[in-house]
Write a protein that binds this ligand. Structure first.
Ligand SMILES: NC(=O)C1=CN([C@@H]2O[C@H](COP(=O)(O)OP(=O)(O)OC[C@H]3O[C@@H](n4cnc5c(N)ncnc54)[C@H](O)[C@@H]3O)[C@@H](O)[C@H]2O)C=CC1
Ligand SMILES: C[N+](C)(C)CC(=O)CC(=O)[O-]
Length: 491
């Protein structure tokens, strides 16, 4: 963590609101200045979605949220700020005016970051008496989930300012990338703009609709990009000869040319209407807030599965998420313990019995998979087992409380009741997300074993420390009423 405790957010729209959420969820106090009388209401809706997404993303303890205040003036909002994040509309004159005011109101040690998508920091800092503290910190929407932030210094930005900002954003679970030279639109938006321009041509020329273009992306290279980006995917596409062969085979095509990248289609009313109408049709009546929740759920699923990749070490954004969660687990101060939410499953047709609901032994399967997910999180992987150690379940008690039918989605919450170097006692609760009911609980005792002798044996130092840390976190949770219950005991 850094010494930044209070941030002032200037402009609380889509991006400012996303920053507010990310700061609050990391325990940082935020004061917002936005002259729009509707800003507080709009931000409320965005924050509801952000809280929901963060609860799903982070499986361990979370920092106690920071405090949020709306301020009527820039001066009030800046009082006591350690850091300023500007996210006002994308107009150079407006931003320059704001930076001149912020510069006059905030002491020189306060860092000032702009969320601009493409304006040059050298131009933004021109009216400032302390330009050395200004840099661009360009995020991606939704800021509360997507980790990248591009850091760009202007001609007068101090290197230390960039370094302090880098440490701050990294402490929020983000991936700061320092762009070597300032350039309009930096890196992310240069790439996105090229694709967007080409997509506009394809719509204008009647080659594909908005929905078809999105399908081309999301059913193909969009899936690849989320985990490997562009170049590494192309390296693999070059076969055993890798990148050199890929370049030799496909590089010359760039000269043909297939694309219209140098040309911008004129945004006539007709083209804007076509795109807006096709976009309305594609949304199938879903509101922006509903689409936001779908987008967020999918982003969380992608990042969580990337976190499980590579035997749990994580890959790309998932590796970053693991490191962030580990920091929060080992973290400071006021953290809030939560049960683990590591396993979900949907009821498949072959899980259904002659009574038309999920059959008995499938509950044990779901519980066993949830136990494996906990062990996986603790570091039990193929190497661990190959090293001669593992965990065996030696006792289970399942309570059947409700029903699940074909297609229902089940989600397991897990609480660690006790753990030490030899024992792990888990309490799982299976909820049927489709019906909103609890359908079963499972209480299980596992022993850490030496596989060769088949007997209980203490875990090594690292595993024991992880077990004890998890037991300590969960010690703050109320013990479930059904824990320790005997079979047949009256309710
Ligand atoms: N929307 C996006 O996808 C992304 C936008 N950005 C950048 O973030 C910045 C903000 O963009 P959005 O949030 O999309 O715009 P927005 O229109 O959603 O929000 C801008 C907010 O600034 C407020 N505002 C207007 N005048 C102001 C003033 N004088 N002082 C303080 N606040 C003022 C508005 O009331 C509004 O709430 C822009 O620089 C944009 O380039 C960066 C990354 C992605
Ligand atoms: C459209 N945009 C230029 C504002 C997009 C961005 O800046 C980044 C993003 O979230 O795609």
């Amino acid at each position: 963590m850094t010494d930044i405790r209070k941030v002032t957010v200037v402009g609380g729209g889509v991006i400012g609101g996303g920053w507010v959420a990310r700061f609050l969820q990391n325990g940082i106090d935020v004061d917002v200045y936005d002259p729009d009388p509707e800003a507080e209401r709009k931000l409320g809706g965005l924050l509801d979605n952000a809280r929901r997404a963060f609860a799903r993303l982070i499986e361990g303890p979370k920092p106690a949220p920071g405090r949020l205040r709306f301020r009527a003036s820039l001066e009030e909002a800046l009082a006591g700020a350690d850091f300023v994040q500007e996210s006002a509309p994308e107009r150079l004159d407006l931003k320059q005016r704001l930076f001149a005011q912020i510069d006059a109101l905030a002491p020189p040690h306060v860092l000032v970051a702009s969320s601009t998508s493409g304006l040059l920091p050298t131009e933004l800092q021109a009216p400032m008496a302390h330009p050395e503290r200004l840099l661009v910190a360009h995020p991606f929407n939704p800021v509360y989930l997507v980790p990248l932030v591009e850091l760009v210094g202007g001609q007068k930005t101090a290197l230390q300012a960039v370094e302090r900002a880098r440490a701050f954003y990294a402490s929020l679970g983000m991936k700061p990338i320092v762009i070597a030279k300032e350039i309009d639109a930096f890196v992310g938006d240069r790439l996105l703009e090229a694709l967007w321009r080409e997509a506009l041509w394809l719509v204008k020329d009647g080659i594909a609709t908005v929905e078809e273009i999105d399908d081309v992306i999301r059913y193909s290279f969009g899936l690849r990009w989320a985990q490997m980006g562009l170049f590494q995917v192309y390296r693999i596409a070059g076969g055993e000869a890798g990148m050199r062969h890929f370049m030799a085979q496909f590089g010359p095509c760039l000269q043909w040319p297939w694309t219209k990248l140098t040309d911008v289609p004129e945004l006539t009313d007709e083209l804007v209407d076509t795109i807006a109408e096709q976009s309305d049709a594609q949304a199938r009546g879903l509101s922006i807030r509903e689409l936001e929740r779908i987008r967020d759920d999918n982003l969380v699923s992608i990042m969580r599965s990337l976190a499980r990749s590579q035997k749990g070490a994580g890959w790309g954004a998932g590796e970053l998420l693991n490191a962030y969660e580990a920091r929060l687990r080992g973290g400071e101060g006021d953290t809030k313990a939560e049960p683990l939410r590591l396993h979900r499953a949907s009821v498949s047709p072959d899980w259904i019995d002659y009574n038309g609901h999920m059959t008995e032994f499938r509950y044990l399967q779901v519980l066993g998979d949830a136990t494996d997910a906990v062990l996986f999180k603790l570091g039990l992987d193929k190497d661990y087992v190959a090293g001669g150690h593992s965990f065996y379940t030696v006792e289970s008690h399942i309570r059947h409380l409700g029903q699940a039918r074909e297609g229902d989605v089940l989600a397991v919450e897990t609480q660690v009741l006790a753990a030490d170097a030899k024992r792990l006692k888990l309490f799982h609760t299976i909820s049927n997300e489709t019906t909103g009911t609890v359908v079963a609980t499972g209480e299980h005792l596992l022993l850490h074993v030496d596989a060769a002798s088949g007997r209980a044996a203490p875990a090594g130092e690292a595993m024991a420390a992880r077990l004890e840390a998890l037991a300590r976190d969960h010690g703050a949770l109320a013990v479930p009423a059904a824990a320790g219950r005997r079979v047949g005991e009256p309710v």
